[in-house]
Design a protein around this ligand. Structure first.
Ligand code: ADP
Ligand code: MG
Length: 258
């Protein structure tokens, strides 16, 4: 059974239709990429999958392992193994990074306790810092970040490194990463790609939303590339499609950036 199946999904924001019959299947452990012009609805799709309250789903369905997630809350969706790395992570002064992430980690593991025998145990602050050290190293952040407020004063690159660091800590079955590479210098792109590769090594699936083929060169696995336009996927192929888009632009498909 496929891990994620999206069927004819329609969604609105402020009564404006953004998703317009989107179909997509992602099997366990597959790596997919969505590319597409600005304003085509890529972030909307990512947000709708995790149940962002700003959007109204007006039709269609999304299923994880055959069960609809459309009526689940965001935390229930994460307990099904979904993770979202934001295009624009927001700063939350007052919420300590370590506190936030350790609680997310412990809550997620507690929820898995019912159906997983060998769950990892609840981590204390000290144990958590020990556990997270290797993930910080992987993305090139030092441990002082843990004592800061969530994303507050992080540079653009630090925010993106931090998003994939959280992904490594929470070990989702399917990570949806919304432009994890935008605004990054080449070293940061490599670090982010390395983090994604580490997750791929665990057998997890990944959906990368990106504008540039650049990051795709560093991924250890890439199964499908999709092009999104006006709220639906209009073309799918393998990684050669990404190269073709990079060299020929979207105009080749009759699409334009907004
Ligand atoms: P992408 O990520 O592909 O660039 P988005 O999903 O961010 O596209 O946006 C899709 C469309 O939805 C755009 O036309 C954008 O202007 C519109 N949109 C996003 N947020 C809002 C909002 N709060 N109100 C009205 N329109 C919005
Ligand atoms: Mg976007």
């Amino acid at each position: 059974m496929v891990f994620l199946e999206v069927k004819d999904l329609h969604a609105n924001i402020d009564n404006k239709e953004i998703l317009n019959g989107l179909n997509l299947k992602i099997d366990k452990g597959e790596v997919h990429v969505i590319m597409g012009p600005n304003g085509s609805g890529k972030s909307t799709f990512a947000n709708v999958l995790l149940g962002h309250p700003k959007y109204t789903v007006t039709g269609g369905n999304a299923l994880v392992k055959g069960e609809s997630i459309m009526n689940l809350t965001t935390d229930e969706r994460t307990k099904k193994g979904l993770f979202l790395g934001f295009q624009y992570p927001i700063e939350i002064p007052g919420v300590g990074y370590s506190h936030f992430l350790r609680n997310a980690y412990n809550t997620l593991n507690k929820s898995l306790a019912d159906d997983q025998k060998n769950r990892e145990v609840f981590l204390t602050v000290r144990e958590f810092h020990e556990y997270v050290k290797k993930n910080l190293d992987s993305v090139g952040l030092d441990k002082s970040f843990l004592s800061r407020y969530l994303n507050e004063g992080f540079s653009g690159g630090e925010k993106k490194r931090s998003e994939v660091m959280q992904m490594l800590v929470l070990k989702p079955n399917l990570a949806i990463l919304d432009e994890p590479d935008s605004g990054l210098d080449i070293d940061a792109v490599k670090a982010v790609a390395e983090a994604i590769n580490q997750l791929i090594d665990t057998g997890a699936g990944v959906l990368v939303i990106t504008h540039y083929a650049r990051i795709l060169r560093y991924l250890s696995k890439l199964d499908f590339v999709h092009v999104m336009s006006r709220g639906k996927i209009i073309k799918s192929g393998d990684k050669t499609l990404a190269d073709e888009l990079e060299s020929r632009g979207y105009g080749w498909l009759g699409l334009e950036d907004k």
